[in-house]
Design a protein around this ligand. Structure first.
Ligand code: LMR
Length: 342
């Protein structure tokens, strides 16, 4: 019988779980065996995150002289969005780089502040938050959940897609949009008059193809590599929010590493983080050009007046958000991002 993608995923997850528990046999975990870091993520290998994960692997393996082996599993091969967070806590994978939107379930509501509309005016503003005390404080909150946050990786500013032009706020009315599992993004879609539908990235293509949702928001690199643009005739450049990631590890695993190995891995991750920053901007620009060149999707950039109307509509999210995350984190993030008002 042929395996379906979901039974393949289940089999791989099962094998990974078995090997993590040592049940696969005495040949797993011999003294000379390398330490295996399973690094799972949900996007294509040919994206900023995919390439940064590969760079981390190369640096880690070379610098430890083979004492560490990093297995990168791209494109939800091993786990989908929520499953991968559970797998990390169980220790069946050791490393992930989920979007900050998906971390809310683990670290209280604080991470969702990164999703607040128009929080960041540019990449530097995101880095100022991520590299400062606000970013460090949020990563620290994960420790209570058995997770250690090691770094923030960039991606880029989000755009919207649908099968009809999205210019006026009224264009959203009555339409459904796939969103990540973030209360802020859900509220943002409702503020625009649309119906949000939370789905893993790996289910988005099928949901659009089968008409379960009308549109989605995301960054050009994911839209192109997941082939979403083949199903969506209109893309609006709105840059209404920023997509970024946290590189996180199972804390028990990380703390249990020999300290020399941990130091090498930290150094490798630092370099991979700088690399990710460099490729993310370029990647999204190139992918937007490819989407345009494909002729399948009309790319439209909002006029200043249209953008102002989107912004006004989305402002409602700032009234709801304090109930989920506290006003303090919103104020701290805004101050670090150099935003006096949303
Ligand atoms: C999404 O689900 O749209 C993104 O978080 C995917 C990713 O990891 O870039």
């Amino acid at each position: 019988m042929e395996e379906t993608p979901s039974s393949q995923r289940a089999r791989r997850a099962f094998t990974a779980a078995l090997s993590a528990t040592g049940l696969l046999g005495p040949w797993v975990g011999r003294a000379q065996s390398p330490v295996v870091v399973r690094f799972s993520h949900v996007v294509a290998a040919d994206t900023a995150k995919g390439r940064a994960a590969q760079r981390f692997k190369e640096l880690a393996e070379t610098r430890t002289g083979g004492r560490v082996r990093v297995e990168v599993h791209a494109n939800s091969q091993l786990y989908k969005d929520r499953e991968e967070l559970e797998a990390l806590q169980l220790g069946t994978v050791q490393m992930l780089a989920p979007s900050l939107s998906k971390l809310a379930v683990l670290g209280g509501g604080g991470f969702e502040a990164f999703d607040l509309p128009f929080m960041f005016k540019d990449r530097a503003a995101f880095r100022a938050v991520a590299d400062g005390p606000v970013g460090a404080g949020l990563l620290k909150r994960l420790e209570a959940k058995g997770i250690k946050g090691l770094a923030y990786w960039d991606n880029g500013f989000k755009v919207m897609t649908a099968n009809r032009p999205l210019r006026d706020v009224a264009d959203f009315h009555g339409r459904s949009f796939r969103v990540q599992s973030s209360r802020v993004i859900t509220a943002q879609m409702r503020a625009l008059g649309a119906e949000p539908v939370v789905l893993p990235l790996s289910d988005t293509y099928a949901a659009l193809r089968d008409g379960l949702v009308d549109g989605q928001e995301g960054i050009p690199s994911n839209i192109y590599t997941q082939r979403t643009h083949e199903l969506q005739r209109h893309l609006t450049v709105s840059h209404h929010a920023y997509l970024a990631y946290a590189v996180i590890v199972n804390k028990g695993f990380w703390d249990g590493l020999p300290s020399d190995l941990r130091t090498i891995l930290e150094g490798a991750l630092k370099e991979a983080t700088v690399y990710a920053q460099g490729v993310a901007a370029q990647d999204n620009e190139q992918m937007l050009e490819k989407i345009r060149a494909s002729g399948k999707t009309v790319v439209y950039t909002l006029s200043p007046a249209e953008l102002a109307a989107w912004r006004r509509a989305m402002h409602r999210v700032y009234e709801q958000a304090p109930a989920w995350m506290g006003q303090e984190i919103i104020d701290a993030m805004r101050a670090a991002a150099g935003r006096s008002a949303p």
